[in-house]
Design a protein around this ligand. Structure first.
Ligand code: SF4
Length: 310
């Protein structure tokens, strides 16, 4: 009985959200780490690069971003004339917080010759101090586009930095940040899962530790992982990234089996957004994410360099 009531309430909520979306002329973007019910109401789901591209292209007046703060900031930088809403103002990113702009500024002063590449998972202020932006899907390509004679200060994720150094064969100075959700996956957990599912391929995100990546059959962004699993003949996969990705993987590949490398790979920030908060956000036009003009202008240079290369 409770299930029927819940499902009716959910259907009503979704109907209201869709009506308000139309009334506000809004587009809803959702990262694949969002809860399944949020992904279901989105116009576009995907990784940060794909969603940034949609934000830049959209004709809608309002971008409602179901993700975390740095994603909404990026959308605002790419679409400065649009209103960008984040339904939960406390949805931050601990990885981005590990590189405060003031510390980055001091490091750049110490190392004036380096080329600064910042992962999109960084604050707008940090992007504005960077020469290039990158995502996990294009970080190797961006590093390869930089002269091999230059040292690269890569921030904020040290695991992604190590992966890029290895793949792009560039000298990289890593910032010592990490994503708590990906960094907690251990080699021991992966070995155990591989023993339990010997037929399965291991697909991991490059934010995982190097010793975990060493065991992987494929290392890639969330979009890369989804494409790899969907296009591969193999039927079983162990997935080493945030659990939200299992939702589109299972939905798009009903004949395949997906195991999470660890059931602890949940980003609490990504799970803060609910249907109720999306509705409230559209009704009350909160929380509007804006980036100061000077920071936005400088960040856009780094973002555009990334877009040009890729
Ligand atoms: Fe940040 Fe990691 Fe959460 Fe992504 S999964 S938002 S990088 S803490």
């Amino acid at each position: 009985m409770n299930n029927i009531v819940n499902s009716l309430q959910k259907n009503n909520l979704v109907k209201e959200i869709l009506a308000w979306k139309k009334r506000r002329d809004a587009v809803i973007l959702a990262h694949v780490y969002q809860p399944g019910e949020i992904q279901d109401i989105a116009d576009f789901t995907g990784d940060s690069l794909f969603l940034s591209q949609q934000a830049a292209k959209t004709q809608a007046k309002i971008i409602l971003f179901c993700g975390v703060q740095f994603m909404a900031e990026t959308a605002s930088i790419l679409s400065p004339k649009k209103i960008v809403l984040l339904p939960e103002i406390n949805a931050g990113c601990p990885l981005a917080d590990m590189a405060p702009a003031e510390k980055v500024k001091s490091k750049i002063k110490e190392l004036p010759e380096v080329v600064v590449v910042s992962y999109v998972n960084s604050s707008a202020a940090v992007k504005s101090l960077s020469d290039y932006c990158c995502t996990s899907a294009n970080a190797v390509q961006i590093a390869q586009a930089i002269s091999a004679e230059k040292d690269i200060l890569f921030l904020p994720d040290m695991n992604l930095a190590n992966y890029v150094a290895r793949e792009a064969k560039r000298k990289i100075i890593p910032w010592s940040g990490f994503c708590p959700t990906h960094h907690l996956l251990t080699k021991e957990e992966v070995v155990k899962m591989k023993k339990l599912h010997p037929q399965a391929l291991l697909l991991v995100h490059p934010e995982c530790r190097p010793e975990v990546c060493d065991l992987a059959d494929y290392i890639g962004s969330t979009r890369g992982i989804i494409n790899f699993a969907s296009n591969n003949q193999v039927k079983e996969f162990i997935i080493g990234t945030e659990l939200g990705i299992l939702y589109p993987l299972k939905k798009n590949n009903p004949n395949k089996i997906f195991f999470s490398a660890s059931n602890n790979m949940i980003c609490p920030n990504m799970k803060l957004i609910t249907l109720e908060k999306v509705l409230y956000s559209l009704q009350n036009m909160v929380f509007q994410i804006t980036v100061p003009e000077e920071i936005s202008r400088k960040s856009l240079i780094a973002l555009n360099r990334m877009i040009e290369i890729t």
